[in-house]
Design a protein around this ligand. Structure first.
Ligand code: GDP
Length: 338
């Protein structure tokens, strides 16, 4: 659709600002494209949308697969619409996603209630590619959603490594969902994910599991204090909640709101966003280089020839790499950004 349809940027901007779902979808497809002509249009659109952004509450949500992220977002999103009067956007960062496959947000059923609401917009992760590209598209999608009048943007991510860091780099508050008895509290410490968390919630605190959840929250709370070397640092609240009974959801949201107020009070919200801008800047530069490397026809031709000729000798990759880089250097003057 995007390939054949002309993109009228002023019209797209006007319709996104008016909240047209059809145009929001089109704007999201545009920012997800890496084609040079689309990137140019996307930048133009984002420049015009930018003045209408910055006021939404941006929350990252992570947790291992099965922690209950989809169910939580469905329940919390419904609550934010019904009881707080918000419009809620849900985005996702999952570089392994194939969109049609069963990965993150691919299966819409658990978020079906929310996805069907007029006050909500649920967008699965851009599919495949490298993390830098997915993170770039998600960050730009955030601008689109804020300009379209969504006051809360929830960014879901899988509970492993680099995606977390990328999401922490685009939100104000990072919420980690944990589950009692899965041992992920220790894994979390190892991977440094707990250090990213601004709020922790032990999910599925219902039925027979409620007691375990409380014990787990206590253990995690102690662990959080141990990972933090800075004695003056804010205590990260560790709560329990259930997306089934909805118990604790209000408290989790309250903790998110309090964290944001804390950032605003000591001026670190601005510092956080400035640091995020700096990271984004370099992310974009690196991303453009990788994108060009991956898509330039002359580089790809050289790469294919070299890949086909790879032998078992250790030097063939070494020499091949040099040759590909030389092909890239020759291609640079003709690249769209040069
Ligand atoms: P995700 O992979 O992190 O998105 O997890 P899902 O939202 O798909 O949930 C994984 C499983 O946990 C599903 O079978 C859910 O029904 C279940 N689940 C999610 N939230 C709760 C909860 O609050 N309580 C209980 N008991 N089960 C839950």
């Amino acid at each position: 659709e995007m390939v054949t349809m002309p993109i009228d940027v002023p019209e797209l901007v006007e319709q996104v600002l008016a909240g047209s779902r059809q145009h929001i979808a089109k704007a999201l497809t545009l920012v997800e494209s890496s084609k040079p002509a689309h990137r140019e249009k996307a930048r133009e659109m984002l420049r015009q949308l930018a003045p209408h952004t910055g006021n939404a509450i941006r929350v990252g949500i992570s947790g291992v697969p099965g922690a209950g992220k989809s169910t939580f977002i469905n329940a919390m999103g419904g609550k934010l619409i019904d009881e707080y009067g918000y419009k809620v956007a849900v985005l996702a960062v999952d570089p392994s996603s194939t969109r049609t496959g069963g990965s993150i947000l691919g299966d819409r059923t658990r978020m079906g209630d929310l996805a069907n609401r007029d006050e909500a917009f649920v967008r699965p992760s851009p599919s495949g590619g490298h993390l830098g590209g997915v993170a770039r598209a998600t960050r730009e999608a955030m601008i689109v959603m804020e300009a379209a009048g969504y006051n809360v943007v929830l960014v879901e991510t899988v509970g492993v490594g680099q995606s977390e860091v990328a999401v922490a780099g685009m939100v104000d508050t990072f919420l980690m969902l944990s589950v009692a008895g899965t041992g992920d509290q220790l894994q979390g410490i190892k991977k440094g994910i707990l250090e990213l968390a601004d709020v922790v919630a032990v999910n599925k605190a219902d039925g027979d599991n409620a007691g375990n959840a409380r014990v787990s929250a206590r253990d995690l709370s102690i662990a959080m204090r141990l990972v933090s070397s800075d004695a003056d640092k804010r205590r990260v609240p560790v709560l329990t909640c259930s997306s089934y009974t909805k118990e604790g959801l209000d408290e989790v949201w309250q903790a998110v709101v309090e964290h944001r107020a804390y950032l605003e009070k000591d001026g670190s919200l601005q510092a956080r966003r400035t640091e995020q801008q700096r990271e984004w800047l370099w992310n974009m530069v690196r991303n453009e280089i990788i994108e060009s490397l991956d898509t330039d026809p002359s580089v790809q031709q050289t790469a294919q020839r070299i890949e086909a000729g790879l032998g078992i000798e250790a030097t063939s990759a070494l020499e091949g790499a040099e040759e590909i880089l030389r092909a890239f250097a020759r291609a640079v003057p003709h690249l769209p950004w040069a």
